[in-house]
Design a protein around this ligand. Structure first.
Ligand code: MN
Length: 320
């Protein structure tokens, strides 16, 4: 095991630890959430990172997330193992499997369901959200599915699911400078990932343990690197590793995030919630901005609004 060093400086690496959150109700699986968290709400425009599995579907019932809404963001689903069926209110019905990126741009409003298939024995992967800039957050919703390109970087196999790295580019639609890649590498290997120094970055360790630019990170941790980092020199430990690297230019707009909604003010979130509850949960004739998902079961009602006014959260220079 690598021991953690002293708390890093502003220029160095900072470890963001996960918290465990139940996903989609009492029956469902739990996820390990590393974004947002206290002191760090975004890495570039990446504003949410859930890490799940490997879960044995027959034991946990896998992932069962009935229809629910989103606004102002994109969801990126990237699987390491298993199969999930995605359905949404723009008529998409897509089997999600490893090697392909699934990108849903909620824009002005969408709803979707995600259910792991009984034929898959294990479900294992990440779901990320990307905040849309103000100029683009009201776009009409759409869904896309792409095979992600791969490239070898020394001993490491890199799959680029968002943005570009080492000469290969993902066709996934982005609205701000972003990168999202999976890295797989054998035990006791070392390699260098060249990165954009204008980006901040995070490396999620799915399996194994690593040193990055000399500092240690281990399974389920998200290692954060501030802007100014030009390369990530990675050494692996006694076992093979799987990593997810995310990055982007710092997102400086105010963001108010509550439940599945991303907006710019408390009042806007209240309005989104009222539309979801009125149009979908309480059932009107008007399907409204969130549309209808062809799903055998009930949609997820929004929780009650908190009694406090929702405010924008900011990133802080230190974890304290
Ligand atoms: Mn969702």
């Amino acid at each position: 095991m690598f021991a953690h060093g002293v708390q890093s400086t502003l220029e160095g690496m900072r470890i963001l630890s996960p918290r465990t959150v139940p996903l989609g109700g009492v029956r469902a699986m739990t996820v390990r959430r590393t974004l947002p968290q206290r002191g760090r709400s975004t890495i570039g425009a990446w504003c949410f990172l859930d890490h799940f599995g490997p879960d044995v579907v027959s034991e946990s019932s896998g992932m069962v997330v009935p229809p629910h809404p989103h606004t102002g963001l994109q969801t990126v689903t990237w699987l390491f193992a298993g199969e999930i069926e995605h359905r949404d209110s723009v008529g998409s019905r897509q089997l999600i499997a490893p090697g392909s990126v699934n990108l849903m741009t909620a824009g002005a409003g969408i709803s979707h369901s995600e259910v792991s298939l009984p034929t898959s024995t294990i479900v294992h992967g990440v779901q990320l959200w990307v905040a849309l800039p103000d100029a683009d957050r009201h776009v009409a919703p759409f869904f896309e599915h792409h095979v992600a390109p791969r490239v070898a970087l020394g001993d490491a196999q890199v799959t680029v699911f968002v943005g570009a790295l080492a000469g290969v580019s993902s066709p996934a639609t982005t609205f701000s400078p972003l990168v999202g890649i999976e890295i797989v590498a054998p035990a006791t290997s070392s390699f260098v990932i060249p990165v954009d120094a204008t980006f901040e970055h995070g490396i999620l360790v799915d399996a194994g343990e690593i040193r990055v630019n000399g500092e240690a990170a281990t399974q389920d941790e998200l290692a954060f690197f501030d802007v100014g980092t030009k390369e990530l020199r990675i050494q692996t430990g006694e076992t093979a590793v799987r990593l997810v690297l995310i990055g982007g230019t710092p997102f400086t707009e105010e963001l108010v995030m509550w439940w599945n909604f991303l907006g710019r003010s408390h009042d806007e979130i209240v309005a989104f919630r009222e539309q979801w509850q009125g149009d979908v949960i309480d059932g009107g004739d008007d399907v409204g901005i969130f549309g209808h998902v062809d799903y055998d079961g009930l949609a997820i009602p929004a929780p009650a609004m908190p009694t406090v006014i929702l405010r924008s959260r900011r990133n802080s220079a230190s974890a304290d």
